[in-house]
Design a protein around this ligand. Sequence first.
Ligand code: B1M
Length: 211
Amino acid sequence: MSRISEITIAVESGKQKLIEELVQEALDDGESPNAILDKGMVPAMMSVGEKFQKNEVFVPELLLAAKTMKKGVEIIRPHLSSDALGKMGKVIIGTVAGDLHDIGKNLVALMIEAAGFEVIDLGVDVSPAKFVETLKEHPDCKIIAASALLTTTMNSLKNTVDEVHAAGYKDKVKIMIGGAPVTQEYADKIHADAYTPDAGSAAKKAIELVS
Ligand code: B1M
């Protein structure tokens, strides 16, 4: 079995102790951090998600898989960071109000950081007011990246865009949105500047937005 497959299985089955060792071994074998993420850990989390939807696994198993993935991500984080860290400018990122999902948001933050941005991560359940307050503290910030995983919190994306624009930042900062229920159509509807479906394309789009 390949190291990547072992990583997938370790995340799926919540093997927190094993994951760090496996990810380190994969790096030592020459696997790229992106491959470990995209071919190993992300599919594992997707698979756990599907099982959750079918009631084949429950919240404790989900959380265990999520924690295992986080541990794996910490091992690859230094390998994703470049010397150019922060040179592209600042990005404020957060999961919107009412929403506690952070695995995808953390991946987006990681990839954007690896693309050379300084990332200010506000965590989860971030109110529109908190985004605006942080913008005021960092007037040189170029991008706000907001994530939503629940259909019920998509409206928080709209509120975030509205409040940032109302605070006078419409032409000063770009707003990127994403998350499983989000679409390009929705981004257009709420006047967000960009939508991307995954972490890799989010990093590319961030570069495009400031270029
Ligand atoms: Co929740 N949950 N959850 N959950 N959960 C979903 C999202 C759900 C689809 C599962 C389901 O029932 N079918 C469903 C939402 C249904 C809906 O609204 N359409 C759901 C629900 C209902 C809930 C609760 C309400 C359950 C309850 O309590 N009854 C509750 C809500 C809590 C809250 O937020 N207020 C809840 C809680 C939880 C846990 C805490 C148990 C846990 C979160 C742990 C954590 O994040 N720390 C959890 C999990 C793990 C999931 C699933 C299984 C997996 C999500 C995930 O991490 N995926 C999810 C089902 C699923 O997705 N199949 C589900 C892996 C991750 C890599 O993908 O986050 O989509 P994702 O990120 C992707 C892209 O979306 C994109 O990039 C990433 C990949 O590269 N992306 C962006 C994300 N943000 C982006 C931002 C961008 C660009 C791209 O630009 C800024």
